[in-house]
Design a protein around this ligand. Structure first.
Ligand SMILES: [Zn+2]
Length: 272
């Protein structure tokens, strides 16, 4: 993870900026999609892309060691512009859960944006773009890190929902899967971790498995802790019938072209 100095205003200013946005802008409308079944002409999504991003950088502030996890800010801006131009809908996690369970329909052009690890480049360069384009996203943050309470305070934004990337499970500790500690933990221990993260975040809507590692114990823990949607790094769209304890995501890599991005989010299913 990158460690960079904060470039945002003091906590007080950041909070009042979020306050300003809240009062200056109308509430994001939650459209109720009661879509009749007109022989598949109704414009429902058959699958849902939940995008998995990691880090954001600028040309003036490039990463020391660039890799596919780093996305240039101008590329992110073009992607957000495309979502706005094409009227994408951003479902809540309650809606994503109900979609996977087959009890809720979504518009054909629906997408969820997630950024893992709460990295400084995302906070400094990504969040201002989300605010500029008015596109909501989730920041999956590692709650045990010393910097987390400060980040939650300094980067509070109506367009960012901070959710759990675990309290302290983002570390090695097993020989299973990708080696994550979660494979060496009991359900109770995982629930305990989830609750510690909840205490810091004040929410439990979504969870992203560190390294994508998950198992039956983890699934039981998600249920017990009331997590609505838990995400892996399996690279595909969410389909109806997928377990809400292990939903896949579509990876967005730094080298993808704009056309490649548009293909990844294009409606998959019937469209009006
Ligand atoms: Zn991570």
């Amino acid at each position: 993870m990158e460690q960079r100095p904060h470039r945002r205003p003091t906590p007080c200013t950041a909070q009042s900026r979020a306050e300003q946005l809240r009062t200056a802008q109308p509430q994001v409308t939650r459209t109720v999609h009661v879509v009749e079944n007109f022989d598949n002409f109704a414009g429902n999504a058959e699958t849902l892309p939940v995008l998995m991003y990691h880090y954001v950088y600028t040309e003036d502030d490039p990463p020391v060691k660039n890799d596919a996890n780093y996305l240039l800010d101008t590329k992110l801006a073009a992607q957000l512009q495309y979502l706005v131009d094409n009227n994408y809908y951003y479902p809540s996690y309650a809606e994503v859960r109900a979609f996977a369970q087959g009890t809720h329909t979504l518009p054909a052009r629906s997408v969820v944006l997630t950024f893992d690890d709460g990295q400084m480049g995302f906070l400094n360069y990504g969040i201002p773009l989300l605010e500029q384009y008015e596109v909501p996203a989730t920041s999956f943050i590692i709650c045990s890190q010393d910097s987390t309470p400060e980040k939650l305070r300094d980067y509070a934004s109506p367009y960012v929902s901070f959710q759990s990337h675990s309290y302290n499970m983002h570390r090695d500790g097993s020989d299973v899967g990708r080696g994550g500690i979660i494979h060496a933990m009991t359900t109770e221990e995982i629930v305990d971790d989830l609750k510690q993260a909840q205490a810091i975040l004040g929410t439990t809507e979504a969870f992203a498995y560190p390294y994508g590692d998950n198992n039956e114990n983890a699934w039981a823990a998600m249920e017990e802790a009331g997590v609505l949607c838990a995400f892996t790094i399996e690279n595909r769209r969410v389909e109806v019938g997928d377990p809400v304890e292990a939903l896949p995501r579509v990876r967005i890599a730094g080298e993808y072209t704009q056309e490649g991005f548009e293909h990844l989010v294009e409606p998959n299913g019937s469209e009006q």
